[in-house]
Design a protein around this ligand. Sequence first.
Ligand SMILES: Cc1cc2nc3c(=O)[nH]c(=O)nc-3n(C[C@H](O)[C@H](O)[C@H](O)COP(=O)(O)OP(=O)(O)OC[C@H]3O[C@@H](n4cnc5c(N)ncnc54)[C@H](O)[C@@H]3O)c2cc1C
Length: 518
Amino acid sequence: MTTDILIIGGGLTGIAAAYEIIKDSDLEVTLLQCGGGASPYIHGFCLPVGEGDSEELFYADSMASGYQQSRASLVKRLCHDSLTLQDYFAELGLSVDADENGYRLIKSLGSSVARIAGIENHTGPAMMSRLRKRLNSSKNYREYGNFRALELVKDGDRVCGAYCYDKDTDRFCTIGAKLVILATGGFGKLFPESTNSADIGGDGCAMAYLAGAKMTDMEFIQFEPSAAVWPPELVGKSIITTMFYEGAVLRGKDGNRFMLRYSEDGERVSKDMQSKCICDEIRRNGATEHGGVWFDATAVPQALWEGVYKLYRNRYLAYGIDMCKEPVEIAPAAHTTCGGALIDENCRTGIPGLLACGEVTGGLHGANRLGGNAGLETMVFGRVAGQTALKDFDPSARPATATDEPNRASEEDIADLRMALQFLLRRNLGVIRNEKLLKGGIEQTDVLLSFLGDHKGCFEKHRLYNDLLTAKIALLSALERKESVGCHYREDSQKEELPYRIIIQNKDGQCALSKESV
Ligand SMILES: Cc1cc2nc3c(=O)[nH]c(=O)nc-3n(C[C@H](O)[C@H](O)[C@H](O)COP(=O)(O)OP(=O)(O)OC[C@H]3O[C@@H](n4cnc5c(N)ncnc54)[C@H](O)[C@@H]3O)c2cc1C
């Protein structure tokens, strides 16, 4: 199969890019996905339209949240384009949630003013369904679910397609394309405790890295401080941290409000700080029965449980727990990954034929993403990628030749290797890191890679290879960054000259590490 433009990833970023191309051209677009990724969970997104807000204040907040480690040109683009979105929503027949007092905006941790907006009280699904409807009515658009891209194919320096696995036929194929957009989301699901869905993982970063992209900020993995550890059906489901502005507090296993020990602002600190404090509290004083601390939201006003927080209350009520009346058990879980393929403000990766957008990229969020900026990123950079694809499209580019081959079953059971990867990430690349843990993690990843052996032609092995490679790049970056910054916390932190960015690139099959100014 060949196509003009191949989009890998069907989250909000991928489909926003597809819509941008379809509406303004006759180009044929093929989109691959194996689920909706994290996008259906997007509740709110930053929109700097509230009282006292401005593009400049939003920029300053985003840079401060990222510890000045972000690529300024990306943050500028995000903040500037956020103000053009109202027209885009109108074009899709959507509008930002409002009431008689104006836009309904919530303040998030790290924002100077109320800035988190919503659409139809659940932004991700609302936008995705509108965009999909438009896409599905276009004769130039094809979408394949159950398709997993595993490797990008190159013709010289240029990306010209992707090697994929089709779950329905249990076969591999090469899809040739004149331009490829990578939008595969983050790699948080590699951790055993994660808020993410099963369809995302390390493929995107591994594909970008192997194709020669500069991988950056891979050490900055944001842990959601308040993810359920009980009941089992809700494990990994996060509770929105805006509740800390409405009276919710954290308590240790014996009921003490431990956050006051770390900050006079109590729970109203950044997510990275909260995660670190929760892990430290568990280490010092032990965990609740199911391995966490208490999230006590019993002081949150009743009216909010009927409105914005209804979703959370109902989620627990289904299992006989009423958050209004009793605390619930939570612990940090891997949530958003801030790193990935370094892009410029037009989503170019520096590799001819390859654009990237969304959570698979690095540079925008720096050391710590501002709450609501990932949702906004999907809309802004999805559109940017589509617009750049129209500019960069080269009709004379040669797509890869289509191939078709059967899957080879793995001779060994590799489930234990995957489990070993999960446990090593939890232990060696978790919230609290040090040199010994990180070095050990890299060694163990190499051992697992050697146990895996030849992964070509075997789907499960190829996928695990990509996940191991992504984990190794993140571990190498975390080892190299010796000072704690943002969501990268080292208990053996050493002072360094900040800010700088770590780049890892594939040079003759080796992970070559370098540093650049941000
Ligand atoms: C529970 C949760 C709640 C969140 N809430 C918010 C929020 O309220 N506000 C906010 O700003 N951010 C939020 N985030 C973060 C935000 O949702 C993500 O950063 C964002 O959705 C990423 O969008 P994306 O399009 O880049 O990737 P995703 O939405 O993750 O989509 C990735 C797509 O790529 C596909 N894919 C992956 N690998 C392959 C492959 N190898 N081949 C083919 N397809 C592949 C997947 O199937 C999927 O279609 C939340 C995240 C989570 C997990």
